[in-house]
Design a protein around this ligand. Structure first.
Ligand SMILES: NC(=O)c1ccc[n+]([C@@H]2O[C@H](COP(=O)([O-])OP(=O)(O)OC[C@H]3O[C@@H](n4cnc5c(N)ncnc54)[C@H](OP(=O)(O)O)[C@@H]3O)[C@@H](O)[C@H]2O)c1
Length: 290
């Protein structure tokens, strides 16, 4: 080992609040399994202090960051370069620090696709619930890679769904429609092959709520995908499983987006044993009914 390798590399997640973030557990496991001298911590920043804290952090010795709620968009003006996909999505969740320059990437969209990679050609009709930051990455991934015939975006605030649909139209030729969850039934566009919940409904204080009844918009082979991973089996997935539908929760996406970030920082994928342990430990089986 030479002297530069002896210096511990520092990484962290930026967000607020962060007490429950599992990213340190995921990345420290990967660093540890590789025997790398690196540590990944939490950097909780109060939203009121974000604009002052980031310039200070830029003067310190960091190798990379993940960025989470509520800063994935607010971080953009502080970056020295933004990768094309992240620019198109309008959100950055991964930063690589190279010679003091902060380079921004988005790994949510590819993390979302990886657990369903083999099924992508089957998703001709897709429903995305929500139009927030996660929905931007998910809908971008669908339009660019899945190219469905119809993409329906249903959001409580319809204006936000309309704005997202307008932005997406320049990235593909699929038909993009919008609705509110309440008006979805009236659109007549159903059943869907893939239904994704990208809203925060199902977690925390919203754990007893449901955006829509998944079975109303599904056929027997529809895949119901919930980005929420805490709890691993949301009410949305419980209802889907009760109706005999296949389900997937947000854990695999969480781990795959982390692995993509790890590759950006280190050039290496997670070791197979790291990936296997993470998927098992963090509850892939609990949330997956398919
Ligand atoms: N698995 C993963 O790796 C992963 C990655 C990213 C995000 N996520 C999860 O995705 C979820 C959303 O994150 P985000 O960054 O997109 O948040 P966000 O930008 O704040 O967007 C929140 C979305 O949820 C909707 N919503 C909130 N409360 C609602 C309610 N009571 N009824 C109906 N809709 C409601 C919002 O609708 P309005 O526009 O009407 O407010 C909006 O569409 C979170 O649970 C997050 O943990 C998971």
């Amino acid at each position: 080992m030479n002297s530069t390798e002896n210096k511990m590399e520092r990484y962290a997640i930026l967000g607020f609040p962060l007490e429950h973030s599992v990213s340190p557990k995921i990345h420290n496991r990967a660093f540890n399994d590789y025997g790398m001298n690196a540590h990944y911590g939490r950097k909780a920043i109060h939203p009121d202090e974000f604009d002052q804290v980031i310039p200070r952090l830029k003067k310190e010795d960091w190798r990379g960051f993940n960025v989470t709620i509520p800063f994935k968009e607010r971080i953009l003006p502080f970056l020295d370069w933004i990768e094309e996909t992240a620019k198109a999505i309008g959100a950055v969740n991964t930063i690589k620090v190279e010679n003091g320059r902060w380079l921004g990437f988005n790994t949510d969209w590819s993390g979302f696709l990886r657990p369903i990679q083999e099924e992508l050609p089957e998703f001709r009709r897709c429903l995305v619930l929500g139009a927030g930051g996660a929905a931007r990455a998910v809908t971008f991934a669908l339009v660019k890679e899945v190219k469905p015939e119809v993409l329906m975006i249903a959001n409580r605030t319809k204006k936000r769904a309309d704005a997202l649909a307008n932005e997406l139209r320049k990235f593909g030729t699929c038909e993009i429609k919008t609705a509110t969850p309440d008006s979805l039934e009236k659109t007549g566009v159903q059943p869907f092959d893939l239904i994704v919940n990208t809203t925060s409904v199902g977690m925390g204080d919203l754990k007893d709520q449901l955006v829509v009844e998944p079975a109303h918009f599904a056929h027997a082979n529809t895949l119901i995908y919930d980005l929420v991973y805490k709890p691993p089996l949301t009410l949305f997935l419980q209802h889907a499983q009760h109706a005999g539908l296949r389900t997937i929760n947000g854990f695999p996406m969480l781990i795959y987006q982390a692995e993509e970030a790890f590759k950006i920082w280190t050039g290496k994928p997670y070791l197979p044993e790291t990936l296997k342990a993470l998927l098992q430990e963090l509850g892939l089986e609990q949330g997956s009914g398919g």
